[in-house]
Design a protein around this ligand. Structure first.
Ligand code: NAD
Ligand code: AHE
Ligand code: ZN
Length: 370
C-alpha cells in the first residue's frame, strides 16, 4: 500500500475533498502510474452532477491525465517503469472482437468492470479509512498515484511535456478525431460546430486540418468566439441573437445546410438542431456531447429518409495505444496548439475552482498539477 493525495468525490454535487487515500499495488496486467498533470473535462462535471448512470461514489474522477509508470504488475510486457504514459478511458487490447474489427475504437476488454468503477478483477485499488473508493472511467487521474490496466495506457515520448499533452487523453483528441476519423470531413466541406469548449475547439482544429472551406462556430457564450477564430473558424453564430431556430439560421447561411456538423455540448435539443442544419441528401451530424442518463434524441425520420446521417463518436474514434503517439508528435510540432486550450493551471488543492471556472464559462481547460 502507498499513500496518495487525491481529490475524492464522496457524493454527487458535493465539492471534491482532498484526502490521503491508500493505493494497493498493481496486480497482474496492471500498472501503477504517478500522475504529473490532469485536465478537467466536462464529463468529470457531468458524473459529479449525479446524471451519469455509471457514476459510482465515492470515487476519484479525472480521465485526462499524463504520468510516469512507477511499478508494473506480473506479466506486464508493453510498459516499463519510467515510461511516460497517457491513461486511456478507451482501452486498446488488440485482441477483442471490437479491436480486431477494424471498425471501431471501442475495445471491450475492460469496459464492463470499468463502468462499475472497478479494476478487471472486480475490486478497487483505492481505499480511504479502510473503505473502498471507486475508480472512474478506468483512469482516476485526480490522484497523485493511480492504477490502470496495461491495455489502458499509451506510451509516449519522454520529451513531450506531460502538463500539456495530458489534454490528448480526452478533449483535444476527441474533437480532432471525431472530424478526421468518425466524420472523415473532406477538403472543401462546410462544417458547423456546436459548443466551443475543449471539444468543439478541437473539432475546429480537425476541420481546419481536413481543409474545410467554412467552419461555423456556434455558442451561446460569445467570449468563446475569439479562440475559435484563432483556431480557424470562419463564421460565428450565437443562438441567443436569433429569433429563428438555429438550424434554420445555418441552413439559410449555407444554401441548404452544411456537409458536416458536430454536437459538442451534450444537449439533446441541440443534437436535433445539429442534425437538421445538415444538407439534404448527404449532410452528416456527429454527436460528441454526453447527455444525461435517460435523455433521448428525436427528429422527424424524414430527416434521415432524405439523406442526412446521424453518428456518434467516443474518444474521436482513436485507438489510444496505436494512435496517440502521432497526436503527441503533432502537439510537439505545434500543429495541435495545446497552449491555446490551457486557460488555467492550478494545484490539486484548488481543483474545485477548476469546476467553477468551467461552469461559469471562463475556462477552456484547467490543468491540475500534482
Ligand atoms: P465545456 O463545458 O468546456 O464546453 C461546452 C460549451 O458548450 C461551452 O462553451 C458552452 O457555452 C457551450 N454551450 C452550452 N449550451 C449551449 C447551447 N445551447 N448552444 C450552444 N453552445 C452551448 O465542455 P467540453 O469539455 O468541451 O465537453 C463538451 C461535451 O463533450 C460534454 O458533454 C462532454 O461530456 C462531452 N465529451 C464527450 C467525449 C466523447 O468521447 N464523446 C469526450 C469528451 C467530452
Ligand atoms: N457513463 C456515461 C457514458 C459517458 C460517455 O458517453 N462517455 C464517452 C467519453 S466522455 C469523455 O469525456 C465515451 O467514450 N463513451 C463510450 C464508452 O464506452 O463509454 C453514461 O452516460 O452512462
Ligand atoms: Zn473527457
Amino acid at each position: 500500500m502507498i499513500k496518495s493525495r487525491a481529490a475524492v468525490a464522496f457524493a454527487p454535487n458535493e465539492p471534491l475533498k482532498i484526502v490521503e487515500v491508500d493505493v494497493a499495488p498493481p496486480q497482474a496486467g496492471e500498472v501503477l502510474v504517478r500522475i504529473v498533470a490532469s485536465g478537467v473535462c466536462h464529463t468529470d462535471a457531468y458524473t459529479l452532477s449525479g446524471q451519469d448512470s455509471e457514476g459510482v461514489f465515492p470515487c476519484i474522477l479525472g480521465h485526462e491525465g499524463g504520468g510516469i509508470v512507477e511499478a508494473v504488475g506480473e506479466g506486464v510486457t508493453s510498459v516499463k517503469v519510467g515510461d511516460h504514459v497517457i491513461p486511456l478511458y478507451t482501452a486498446e487490447c488488440r485482441e477483442c472482437k471490437f479491436c480486431k474489427s477494424g471498425k471501431t475504437n471501442l475495445c471491450s476488454s475492460v469496459r464492463t468492470t470499468q463502468g462499475k468503477g472497478l479494476m478487471p478483477d472486480g475490486t478497487s485499488r483505492f481505499s480511504y479509512n479502510g473503505e473502498p473508493v471507486y475508480h472512474y472511467m478506468g483512469c482516476s487521474t485526480f490522484s497523485e498515484y493511480t492504477v490502470l490496466p496495461e491495455v489502458s495506457v499509451a506510451v509516449i515520448p519522454k520529451e513531450a511535456p506531460l502538463e500539456k499533452v495530458c489534454l490528448l487523453g480526452c478533449g483535444v483528441t476527441t474533437g480532432i478525431g471525431a472530424v478526421l476519423n468518425t466524420a472523415k470531413v473532406e477538403a472543401g466541406a462546410t462544417v458547423a460546430i456546436f459548443g466551443l469548449g475543449g471539444i468543439g475547439l478541437a473539432a475546429i482544429i480537425g476541420a481546419k486540418m481536413a481543409g474545410a472551406s467554412r467552419i461555423i462556430a456556434v455558442d451561446i457564450n460569445p467570449s468563446k468566439f475569439a479562440i475559435a477564430e484563432e483556431l480557424g473558424a470562419t463564421d460565428f453564430v450565437n443562438p441567443k441573437e436569433h429569433e429563428k431556430p438555429i438550424q434554420e439560421v445555418i441552413v439559410d447561411m449555407t444554401d441548404g445546410g452544411v456537409d458536416y456538423s458536430f454536437e459538442c455540448v451534450g444537449n439533446v435539443q441541440l443534437m436535433r438542431a445539429a442534425l437538421e442544419c445538415c444538407h439534404k441528401g448527404w449532410g452528416e451530424s456527429t454527436i460528441i456531447g454526453v447527455a444525461p442518463a435517460g435523455a433521448e434524441i428525436s427528429t422527424r425520420p424524414f430527416q434521415l429518409v432524405t439523406g442526412r446521417v446521424w453518428r456518434g463518436s467516443a474518444f474521436g474514434g482513436v485507438k489510444g495505444r496505436t494512435e496517440l503517439p502521432s497526436y503527441v508528435a503533432k502537439a510537439q510540432t505545434g500543429e495541435i496548439p495545446l497552449d491555446t486550450f490551457i486557460t488555467h493551471t492550478m494545484g490539486l488543492e484548488r481543483i474545485n475552482e477548476a469546476f467553477d471556472l468551467m461552469h461559469e464559462g471562463k475556462s477552456i481547460r484547467t490543468v491540475i498539477h500534482f
